[in-house]
Design a protein. Structure first.
Length: 299
């Protein structure tokens, strides 16, 4: 089907001009592998930029999230004393400065903070798209540093669902086909298509299954990305500004879906500037200059 211009209603679906935090080239490659196991990686059209860094050059203090959850529950993902540094010329930029954070099954957690506080860097580390300079990240009790490249890719694809503000939709595929992409090499195509169609219906796009990205508004593309993040039935969903391109009603629909899957035991972590998101979460973690502010961790 040839691409056409979006209709007037689609084009006004809550789009904004907010600046998007993009991924580095290496992280885009990792995300592509996570989504497709390399099968259609060359089809993904995404922008490349530098990771979000705090920009501070000193200080190594550690901070904790200060939560008081059930100690008997094994976290889905846990970061311990995580530091992430980047080189910028002769300077070392420290984006994360000793972050401790644990996310349990069924938790819906918002990560908030000013621009440049390290939120996107932390999300990339939790999603195994980036590796800490020092510190430990454990996925379901396994230190990810002990995994081979193949094992890390498998862990991302099987355990983690990603929702990025940049969408990373394949321009030549329909909405339902984009949602199917992470499962192209697994299971029945008919079953996968049925699940993809069901997910799109749940996020309000049941009438746009065959539309390509060029025929969708920014808000509709975001909802396709949300549906795609759920197609593999992940145990952890990571979302970067999941309501950033949505009007309030559509955002409510997406957040209700996150709330529903959290009730089913899936951990959801959302980086956000949107106060609407925090109305749905179990906990709010605030990052300031690459550190977790323990006083802002609200249960």
């Amino acid at each position: 089907m040839a691409a056409t211009e979006p209709d007037e209603a689609a084009a006004t679906d809550g789009e904004t001009d907010d600046e998007v935090d993009a991924l580095t080239d290496a992280q885009v490659d990792a995300l592509t592998d996570a989504l497709t196991d390399g099968a259609v990686g060359t089809l993904v059209d995404g922008s490349h930029a530098t990771a979000d860094a705090g920009g501070d050059t000193d200080g190594e203090g550690a901070a904790t999230a200060g939560d008081a959850r059930d100690a008997d529950v094994e976290p889905v993902i846990e970061a311990r004393d995580v530091v992430r540094e980047y080189q910028s010329g002769s300077k070392t930029l420290r984006a994360l400065k000793g972050v401790d954070l644990s996310i349990d099954p069924g938790e819906f957690v918002a990560i908030v903070g000013p621009s440049g506080s390290g939120k996107s860097t932390l999300l990339n580390v939790l999603g195994l798209l980036d590796t800490p300079t020092t510190g430990t990240v454990e996925l379901e009790g396994t230190d990810v540093e002990t995994l081979s490249t193949r094992e890390r890719t498998d862990a991302r694809r099987e355990t983690v669902g990603f929702v990025f503000q940049s969408f990373y939709l394949v321009p030549t595929l329909s909405a339902v086909e984009n949602v199917m992409v992470p499962r192209l090499l697994a299971g029945s195509t008919r079953q996968t298509r049925d699940r993809a169609a069901d997910l799109l219906d749940r996020v309000g796009l049941g009438d746009r299954l065959e539309h390509r990205p060029s025929e969708l508004s920014g808000g509709q593309k975001q909802r396709v990305a949300v549906a795609r993040s759920l197609v593999n039935e992940p145990r952890l969903v990571l979302a970067d500004e999941p309501t950033g391109n949505l009007d309030r009603d559509t955002g409510t629909q997406v957040l209700a879906e996150f709330e529903r899957i959290a009730d089913e035991g899936v951990a959801v972590v959302a980086v956000t500037h949107d106060e609407q998101v925090t109305e749905y979460t179990d906990r709010v973690v605030r990052l300031v200059d690459g550190r977790v502010d323990p006083d802002a961790d609200v249960l």
